[in-house]
Write a protein that binds this ligand. Structure first.
Ligand code: PMV
Length: 351
C-alpha cells in the first residue's frame, strides 16, 4: 500500500567555537584552512529538533524550517541528502509490514521538519545544530551504519561548524589533508563531564537575522592581510588543548578571548569589511576585561561568532553569578539597550 509513513525524530545541540574556523580551502566540500575547537551546549537551552519522514506517497524531497517551507535545491542540502542516501541500508518494520530495501531509497522521497528553540541565524550557530540534526536523523531513518566521525564529515558539507555538533563536551574539527575531505572530521577532545564547573551565559544582544556567512568567508581569505592561515599552528593549538585537558582556566580564557578578537579583526580587515559585533557587544567585552583585570586572574572568557551575541564562559557558578550581576547593572532590564535576555546553562550545559 502507499499509505505508510516512517518517521524519526532527533535533537541536536548547537556548539560555540572557542577556536574559530574562518576560511575555506574547498568551497563545495567545505574544507577549512585551520583546525577549530568548540564547546557543545546543553540541548535543553539551544537545540534543533528535526523529524524526517519517508513515504511512497511523497513525490519530492521537501523541508520546513520553523514551520515555513524552504528550498532544498541548494548544494549544501543536496550534498547531505546524496551522501546519506548513498549509505542507506534495508529497513524493516515487521509489525506494520513495511520493508524498504537498499535500492528503494533512490526513488523514495523524504519530508523534513526542523525547529530551533532559539533565534535562527542570529550568530547562535543555528546552521550547526540544523545540519548536524538533519544528517543524524536521516542517517537513523535510512539505517546508515557509519559512526559519528563519518557522519560529521557529511554534516560538514552542510555547514562547516555542524560537524562539531555530533559530539558533546569539547570537540575539535580536524581540518584534514585529503582533497576529498574524508579526514576532515570532528573528534571529541573531552566529554561533557570533564570540565563541568564551567557555566555558559549567552548575552543575546539582538535576534536580527545575519547574512549568509559563506561567501564572506571566501572574501576574507582573498582580501585580509591579517588572516592567519597558520592559526592551527601547533604551539598555540597544543597549549589550548592542554588547557582544556588540565582545566587550566587562565590559559583557556586568554586564548579563547584572543581568538575571538582576532576573528573579528580579520572580519573587519575583509574587503568590504564585515561587522558582526555592535556597541553593546563591545561594552560586554569591556565589562569582562575590566573585571578580569581587577581580579588579577580571569573569571570569565568571552567569545562571539558571526553575530553580535556575547558568549561568556565563567570559571564556576560563583563567577557566573557575579558576572550576571555586573551585566544586569550595566544593561538593566527594560532599558532601551538591545541586550535584554540571557540564556544560562548550569553545569549540565556541557552535554
Ligand atoms: O559553519 P558556518 O559556515 O556557519 O561558519 C561558522 C563560522 C563561525 O561560527 C564564525 C566559526 C566557527 O568555527 O563556528
Amino acid at each position: 500500500s502507499q499509505k505508510w509513513v516512517l518517521m524519526v525524530t532527533a535533537q541536536t545541540p548547537t556548539n560555540i567555537a572557542v577556536i574559530k574556523y574562518w576560511g575555506k580551502r574547498d568551497e563545495n566540500l567545505i574544507l577549512a584552512i585551520n583546525d577549530s575547537i568548540s564547546v557543545t551546549l546543553d540541548p535543553a537551552h539551544l537545540c534543533t529538533t528535526t523529524t524526517v519522514a519517508v513515504s511512497p506517497a511523497f513525490n519530492q524531497d521537501r523541508m520546513w524550517l520553523n514551520g515555513k517551507e524552504i528550498s532544498l535545491s541548494g548544494g549544501r542540502y543536496q550534498n547531505c541528502l546524496r551522501e546519506i542516501r548513498a549509505r542507506a541500508n534495508d529497513v524493516e518494520d515487521e509489525k506494520r509490514g513495511i520493508k524498504i530495501v537498499k535500492k528503494d531509497w533512490e526513488n523514495l522521497h523524504v519530508h523534513i521538519a526542523s525547529y530551533n528553540n532559539f533565534p535562527t541565524a542570529a550568530g547562535l550557530a543555528s546552521s550547526a545544530a540544523g545540519f548536524a540534526c538533519l544528517v543524524y536523523s536521516l542517517a537513523k531513518l535510512m539505517n546508515v551504519q557509519e559512526d559519528n566521525g563519518k557522519l560529521s564529515a557529511i554534516a560538514r558539507q552542510g555547514s562547516g561548524s555542524a560537524c562539531r555538533s555530533l559530539y558533546g563536551g569539547f570537540v575539535k574539527w580536524v581540518m584534514g589533508k585529503e582533497e576529498n575531505g574524508s579526514d576532515s572530521v570532528a573528534v571529541q577532545l573531552v566529554d561533557e563531564k570533564h570540565w563541568d564547573e564551567l557555566v555558559i551565559i549567552i548575552a543575546v544582544v539582538s535576534s536580527r537575522q545575519m547574512k549568509q556567512v559563506a561567501p564572506q568567508m571566501l572574501e576574507t581569505v582573498e582580501t585580509s592581510a591579517l588572516i592567519d592561515t597558520g592559526k592551527g599552528s601547533s604551539t598555540k593549538r597544543i597549549s589550548y588543548e592542554e588547557a582544556i585537558q588540565n582545566r587550566d582556566f587562565p590559559t583557556f580564557a586568554q586564548l579563547t578571548c584572543a581568538d575571538s578578537n582576532q576573528f573579528h579583526a580579520v572580519c573587519m580587515d575583509t574587503s568590504p569589511p564585515i561587522f558582526y559585533m555592535n556597541d553593546t557587544s563591545h561594552r560586554v567585552i569591556g565589562c569582562v576585561e575590566k573585571w578580569n583585570r581587577s581580579e588579577g586572574t580571569p573569571q570569565v572568557a568571552y567569545t562571539s561568532d558571526a553575530g553580535p551575541n556575547a558568549v561568556l564562559i565563567a570559571r564556576n557558578r560563583k563567577a557566573a553569578t557575579l558576572m550576571l550581576q555586573r551585566l544586569l547593572f550595566h544593561f538593566p532590564p527594560n532599558s532601551d539597550t538591545d541586550l535584554n535576555s540571557y540564556v544560562i546553562g548550569d553545569k549540565s550545559i556541557l552535554k
